[in-house]
Design a binder for this molecule. Sequence first.
Ligand SMILES: *[C@@H]1O[C@H](CO)[C@@H](O)[C@H](O)[C@H]1NC(C)=O
Ligand SMILES: *[C@@H]1O[C@H](CO)[C@@H](O)[C@H](O)[C@H]1NC(C)=O
Ligand SMILES: *[C@@H]1O[C@H](CO)[C@@H](O)[C@H](O)[C@H]1NC(C)=O
Ligand SMILES: *[C@@H]1O[C@H](CO)[C@@H](O)[C@H](O)[C@H]1NC(C)=O
Length: 566
Amino acid sequence: MGEGKAQKWKLQSLRIPPSKLAILATEKQLLRLQRKAISRYFLCGSMLFALALISLFTGHVTSDIEWYSQRLVKRAFYSKLGSSQEKIDIWKSQSSKLYYGCSDRGPRFLRPARERLSNGYLLIATSGGLNQQRTGITDAVVVARILNATLVVPELDHHSFWKDNSDFLNIFDVDWFISSLSKDVTVVKRIPDKVMRSMAKPPYTMRVPRKSTPEFYIDQVLPILLRRRAVQLTKFDYRLTNRLDDELQKLRCRVNYHALRFTKPIWDLGHKIVKRMRRMSSRFIAVHLRFEPDMLAFSGCYYGGGDKERSELGAIRKRWVTLPDLSPEGERKRGKCPLTPHEVGLMLKAIGFGNDSYLYIASGEIYGGEETLKPLKNLFPNFYTKEMLANEDLKPFLPFSSRLAAIDYIVCDESDVFVTNNNGNMAKILAGRRRYMGHKRTIRPNARKLSSLFQTRHEMDWKTFAKKVKSCQRGFMGEPEEMTIRAGRDEFYEFPSTCICRKPYRANCRNSNNTGMLHRPVAVEPESNRENDEGKVSLGRPNKNSTGEEHASSDEDTDQEEFLPD
Ligand SMILES: *[C@@H]1O[C@H](CO)[C@@H](O)[C@H](O)[C@H]1NC(C)=O
Ligand SMILES: *[C@@H]1O[C@H](CO)[C@@H](O)[C@H](O)[C@H]1NC(C)=O
Ligand SMILES: *[C@@H]1O[C@H](CO)[C@@H](O)[C@H](O)[C@H]1NC(C)=O
Ligand SMILES: *[C@@H]1O[C@H](CO)[C@@H](O)[C@H](O)[C@H]1NC(C)=O
């Protein structure tokens, strides 16, 4: 953690409003503020401590007060030390109860224009695998809102790597989608025939650049929409900026976390599997493993399989003519390689999960099959997959990769602990969702740091290794405090900070409700210093032509986000 970051971290943990953060400039000011905050805590903490002591003698220890006093004292103590070495419960984030998901409409959020009075029909063709398409659907609703357009239920991608012919209504409850968004955006299943007949030309088709702003949609798309009455946006995934005003961010959350509900058959089977896991163990870990041959080939990494692996993955890699020559070591150092199943097992064990923990493995084909999985199974013998838990029930879903992905999504979402070996769409979207749903423990491997550690594992004893893994993973455990550091720099889908609010806990300390604290979302960093995450995901140059009409750019087709969808 850099010095600047560490300071921000401390500030956030002292809960200084973000507006003040921007003003704070000098070190001195920082220290002064910190000291002030600490003494306040100290006062508050000591009062509570005295209270707790009294109630201890009188035999009424209220757990709430005790908890707060401990927390405050501990916090002030560690803030002084300038570190956050608190031991964490690996199964459950302790501070999660301080937060809740908040995505209600604001009082000034107007009802949407009705179909007849709207600016036209917005047609959307999403792109990629199920979770990438999910972001497209969510953004489509927001874009329709920005344009005062009527949204036609988005079309799913039938031609992605995942080749699934399912339509929206096969995966998502379409009637629920329409009705639950009725106060936000008018959604229809199709353009009425009468309107279709009255249109002189078929709907205008265009592709907008990645992460376009609302202004872009108003300037470039709205005029066409008004002229032609219907516009189709193609390859619609991540086409709307991460930065939007709070009302639109909250709309994103209403779509993603509430309006998009899987169809009953998918929901039922997903929950049946969850029940079967829970029957065996009251809590379980879901591990999302992406280790398909294609994906490994695409990553350009080396996974320790010798010449056999090099030639097999090399042959697959030739399929993409535009892929650059990568150095496998370089990619590993940069944290770009998904962890092997064995590495995931070592990480979990090092973090402190016992070998009696129950694992649900969400995955497609694993490169190397059983042989690759064996080391993980040896570490965690209670190892289950959807195939093991729902053999017969799974049959109707087998031809549809997106429906299978949806089932895994449900089980991973419901799990006590969610772990991934990768940084793909499903990992990010579930991480964000689990934050919104109460900061359920979500472990993301800090691959950059872990990679060198795994390589030198045999040079140290297990205890040292475990300690180092734990230290690498600090800040990657799905703790609420991570939001304040990462929000604004990363994908909104991964860090939905606008939709996560703090509970009014000052009231407990001061015996009064400070309404200013009530529904304030978690602080967001200023946008400066944002990494160019465009480069992170796309290999090809993004299509810079702003209107981009029918200019299919072929390099976009091989971009990683497209390939890696899950
Ligand atoms: C959408 O409708 C609202 C309220 O009627 C209006 O204020 C806004 O300017 C409209 N925006 C567009 C792009 O038509
Ligand atoms: C689990 O670990 C314990 C020691 O911590 C060991 O005694 C036991 O044999 C292990 N169980 C399995 C199934 O590996
Ligand atoms: C504080 O707010 C909560 C609900 O937000 C309410 O139940 C409680 O009565 C309020 N307490 C005071 C002292 O106003
Ligand atoms: C962008 O597309 C338009 C047509 O849609 C075309 O006239 C223009 O030349 C293109 N610009 C670039 C830089 O490719």
